[in-house]
Design a protein around this ligand. Structure first.
Ligand code: AN0
Ligand code: CP
Length: 317
């Protein structure tokens, strides 16, 4: 695997899931594959899980890791080509990226949608510049449109908990005070579709996602109808995708908070969320603390998804 930015970089999803399960049982079985190799993790945005789990996965493989928080201590970076750099940005990505490539063997990048331009976000301009100019294998640690390490961990978790061959997975929008990217829901939909599971997406009208990611998923505006018979409930907030509201919060309807009532309509569904989660906005204390909540199992599997991806990328270094 040369780069990892989406499910499309995984040739055979079943074999990747199989590899994940083997690595989980034997995570220190490959400590020589990364020896004398350096991982650079570049963060343009905050992180808890991605930072820790990816570093842990790299350590499991015997790699060294360097973390760069671009907004804390590095020069402010210009990302647009052709700009007269007379403002507060001291360095251009076009120099910074190949320089970063000099010091490492693999680069992970976290760069969220900025909601300044849909074209720029959905063109993945920052991530693609890393791919083009670093000279190294690059993987996404959540980019503008996708969060593949998260979705891979989500799918590993579903494999571990599913009670039927083809579970019904319901992804529900839930309220949040700030405008959040569509990366997590886009990516989750893409991976669930690739796994061939039943996917129902429910949200208030106006929160439709890009059909390039949701594919043949059923879009059901009636939340209670969507939840009926669900085996997994995946909650997430996202800002509007469709114009003219791209990047805006258009509803803060707290009736969409996942609570015990709506969970009672499901087939004893497991509750999932990528975290960080705002309690009593996205989900009530009762649901996230219930035995059906598998949010910690999901977070734990981030180490596993990262280890599979790094192990595959190392074969190209
Ligand atoms: C981010 C998001 O919604 O994309 C990261 C989630 C993994 N969440 C927040 O910024 C709260
Ligand atoms: N789920 C996830 O990616 O969390 P962080 O933003 O804390 O890395």
């Amino acid at each position: 695997m040369r780069n990892f930015t989406s499910v499309h970089d995984i040739e055979d999803l079943q074999s990747a899931l199989q590899e994940a399960s083997e690595i989980k049982k034997n995570r220190f079985g490959f400590t020589s594959s990364g020896s004398n190799k350096t991982l650079l993790m570049v963060f343009f945005n905050s992180s808890l899980r991605t930072r820790l789990s990816t570093q842990k996965a790299a350590m499991n493989l015997g790699m060294n890791t360097i973390v760069l928080d671009v907004n804390q201590g590095a020069w402010k970076l210009e990302t647009q080509r052709g700009v007269v750099m007379d403002g507060d940005k001291s360095e251009h990505l076009l120099e910074a990226i190949p320089v970063m490539g000099c010091y490492c063997d693999i680069i992970g990048v976290r760069s969220f949608a900025r909601f300044e331009s849909k074209e720029e976000d959905y063109g993945e301009t920052v991530l693609n510049q890393f791919i083009q100019y670093s000279g190294r294998p690059v993987f996404s640690m959540e980019a503008a449109t996708r969060h593949p390490l998260q979705s891979f961990a989500d799918l590993i978790t579903i494999e571990e908990y599913k009670k039927t061959e083809r579970p019904k997975v319901v992804m529900t929008w839930a309220p949040h005070p700030k405008a959040l990217p569509q990366a997590v829901p886009n990516s989750f939909a893409e991976w669930i579709n690739a796994a061939g599971y039943e996917l129902v997406i429910t949200h208030p009208e106006g929160y439709e996602l890009d059909a390039a990611f949701t594919g043949n998923a059923v879009i059901e505006y009636d939340r209670e109808k969507a939840f009926r018979g669900a085996d997994f409930v995946y909650a997430k907030n996202w800002a509007a995708y469709t114009d003219p509201n791209y990047g805006k919060v258009i509803s803060s309807d707290r009736r969409w908070t996942v609570d015990e009532h709506v969970m009672s309509l499901t087939s004893q569904a497991y509750f999932m969320h990528c975290l960080p989660v705002r309690r009593n906005m996205i989900v009530t204390d009762q649901v996230i603390e219930s035995p059906q909540s598998i949010v910690l199992a999901e977070a734990a599997n981030r180490e596993i998804s990262a280890q599979v991806v790094l192990k595959r990328l190392l074969s190209n270094t």
